[in-house]
Design a binder for this molecule. Structure first.
Ligand code: WTA
Length: 655
């Protein structure tokens, strides 16, 4: 398909959305934006007034991005006559499995209070860390918000992570409890409680610090007692409790713990380029304000919307746009436990028809995967309720953008590309989308409070159009992470050292002659696989743990559906044989170490790696070899050029 005409086109906002939009014109946006960056205290202070504050509603922001003297804010929707409104429709993996799912705001509040009381009775208190390792069930949001209610820092670990990854995160965060489920449905039940158990067995808890050991695990029974028996979860009396046993009798009253605006709300791990995941820490005031505001404007939220973000709550997108953002706006949204392919590739659109979804938020990788099945899976469902179609997680290629716009949206919807990060909570581009004329593939303009700059490697701001540089942000905003849990120095080095005075995203970008920003992808050693950031160092370290592997180098490789995938070069120890069986073992090792979603696509034998004379692996050369491009660039600094030919010969035929 040749879309060259269309990709160059500017898509005007759909007329039918103009009237209801919160921001009435691009000029209004510019004016609000200007105030947000010139007078952030006034701008965010006004927004803060819409929240409930115990003592003060003044929003202060000093140079260090501190919001001081404020106590916990929240918008108690159930107190505003909204108690009977549906907070979530829950949809299971099996379309027939939705009966117990819907929950109103007051029911949700009651459950949150009950679970908060259970946490309290277990001895947990403000400042403690609790790990949550659960599938997309309502209890996940109940557990996270119960923590928030008590000032307990939740550390949610995506249920697709392996037992080892879970263990690393529990230890790093020194969590004192785990909330988990016995399994997750994917046509059949995948055991998850097992991973927690395995984690208990696996982790070598430091003897001298017994306080680090998880003391109790509150297990959530997902699918009935029979399954519990089927899964044979090991049980420790006095430590473990079943959700359904304790929830029944707990009280529905629980006064929230009043928090300072700068107190921590949660931590969430993201990949780090050194291989060790970073516990990104967000705070109560800034995160609440920012997630609520971005939700309101980016999706142009209206009270009668049925909103659906397909992200798992285990990632930042789910934290912000399944849980906090929608709930702080009193929205009705959907929690979906399943996958877009079950029972067939029409599932997303079937759900949209069923609930009359108005605003839809998903990842480009899902769009690319679904495009392949043809338009009929989409067009047989009624999508006339849709108004906004948004994406997040990776750059969206124009081809996918156009399919989303033309086929899914029937050319009637605003298509919104939102760029942001775990660290930034929408340190984001492309906002007030309903009114922004869009260009397929561009993240357009900044959200309120964000001052994006394209920076040269030398630290000079690039002003001329179409020159690529580092995407950095010039001034603080409320949703910026405050620290890396337990390692503030790492926070400063990772994000602020390269360009002092700027927050460095780690992504590349350019600005076109009309001022539109185009994000080009990571420029550090991070790979974005299906919208999940993976660190090449973390995969390398999983590979070299295998007894036959001497050295490994992992690079990103283009992939039609996933956007990027990982391509691994492994150098074996003397006398060891490379074989298909070994490739499989290595792939399994990465799955086990990190999680199934991290499994490499290619593993190639590398008797030698291209290195500089000082011994540094030349990854740019490896990236060329991975795609079979003989034009490997400047190799004058390479220690031994002969390895290149050899590596080309050993490329797996399917690469
Ligand atoms: C990438 C996900 C281009 C980017 C919310 C970023 C994107 C990383 C986009 C953060 C987008 C996310 N266009 N790239 N719209 N959205 N990214 O922390 O590389 O899981 O730095 O947060 O995803 O991933 P994270």
């Amino acid at each position: 398909m040749d879309n060259s005409d269309e990709t160059a086109r500017l898509f005007p906002p759909p007329d039918r959305l103009r009237n209801e939009s919160h921001v009435k014109s691009m000029d209004d946006y510019k004016e609000m934006y200007k105030r947000s960056v010139e007078d952030p205290e006034g701008f965010w202070g006004d927004i803060a007034k819409q929240f409930y504050w115990k003592r003060s509603n003044i929003y202060q922001m000093d140079g260090g991005c501190q919001n001081k003297h404020l106590l916990q804010c929240y918008r108690p929707a159930y107190k505003n006559g909204q108690g009977d409104k549906i907070a979530f429709f829950w949809e299971g993996n099996d379309p027939a499995d939705h009966d117990s799912g819907n929950i109103t705001y007051s029911q949700l509040k009651d459950k949150i209070c009950k679970f908060a009381n259970i946490l309290k009775q277990s001895g947990l208190k403000k400042g403690d860390r609790v790990a949550i390792y659960m599938p997309m069930i309502l209890e996940l949001t109940v557990a996270m918000l119960a923590c928030a209610r008590l000032g307990i820092i939740h550390s949610i670990v995506f249920a697709g992570f392996s037992a080892e990854s879970l263990a690393d995160r529990i230890l790093d965060g020194q969590c004192s409890a785990i909330v988990t489920a016995d399994g997750v449905w994917r046509g059949h039940l995948l055991p998850k409680g097992h991973n927690v158990q395995q984690n208990g067995d696996y982790v070598d808890y430091p003897e001298e610090k017994p306080a680090q050991r998880p003391t109790r695990s509150l297990k959530v029974l997902d699918d009935g007692l029979e399954l519990y028996h089927a899964q044979k979860i090991n049980w420790t009396d006095g430590r473990d409790v079943w959700w359904h046993d304790v929830m029944g009798t707990a009280s529905t009253d629980c006064e929230p713990e009043w928090m300072d605006a700068e107190d921590p709300l949660f931590m969430l791990y993201t990949s780090g380029s050194t291989g060790k995941p970073k516990g990104v820490l967000h705070t109560v005031g800034g995160y609440m304000l920012y997630s609520a505001t971005t939700f309101k404007y980016a999706f142009d939220y209206q009270p009668d919307d049925i909103y659906w973000c397909t992200a798992d709550v285990g990632w930042i997108t789910g934290h912000t746009y399944v849980a906090y953002g929608p709930l702080n706006n009193g929205a009705t949204s959907i929690i979906f436990e399943g996958t877009p392919f079950f029972p067939d590739a029409g599932r997303f659109w079937a759900i949209i028809e069923k609930y009359k979804v108005t605003k839809f938020y998903t990842a480009p990788t899902a769009i690319r995967a679904l495009m392949r099945y043809g338009d009929e899976y989409v067009t047989k469902y009624d999508r006339s309720s849709l108004k906004v179609l948004a994406t997040v997680g990776e750059p969206i290629n124009p081809e996918a953008w156009l399919w989303y716009h033309n086929v899914v949206g029937n050319k009637q919807c605003a298509v919104v590309d939102t760029f942001w990060q775990t660290e930034t909570v929408r340190g984001s581009l492309h906002e007030v989308e309903v009114l922004t004329p869009t260009k397929p593939g561009s993240a357009t303009f900044p959200f309120f409070g964000i001052v994006p700059v394209i920076m040269s490697d030398e630290g000079v701001e690039i002003t001329e159009p179409n020159v690529e540089g580092y995407l950095v942000f010039k001034q603080p905003w409320p949703g910026l992470m405050r620290t890396v849990y337990g390692d503030h120095e790492r926070y400063e080095t990772t994000y602020f050292k390269k360009f002092p005075g700027y927050y460095c995203t780690g992504d590349g970008a350019k600005r076109d002659e009309d001022g539109y920003i185009w994000v080009t992808g990571r420029i550090d050693d991070m790979v974005n696989v299906s919208g999940h950031l993976l660190s090449t160092a973390e995969i390398e370290s999983a590979l070299v743990e295998h007894p036959t592997v001497a050295e490994a180098a992992v690079v990103s490789h283009p992939h039609k559906i996933k956007g990027e995938c990982t391509y691994c070069f492994v150098t074996l120890k003397e006398g060891k044989e490379f074989s298909d069986a070994l490739v499989k073992e290595l792939m399994d090792r990465v799955r086990k170490k990190i999680g199934p979603f991290a499994q490499p696509d290619f593993v190639q034998n590398a008797p030698g790696l291209p290195k500089t004379r000082s011994g540094k692996i030349m990854r740019r050369v490896l990236r060329k070899i991975a795609v079979g491009d003989k034009n490997v660039g400047d190799i004058t600094t390479m220690a031994d050029e002969t390895v290149i030919d050899k590596l080309f010969q050993l490329r797996p035929p399917e690469a």
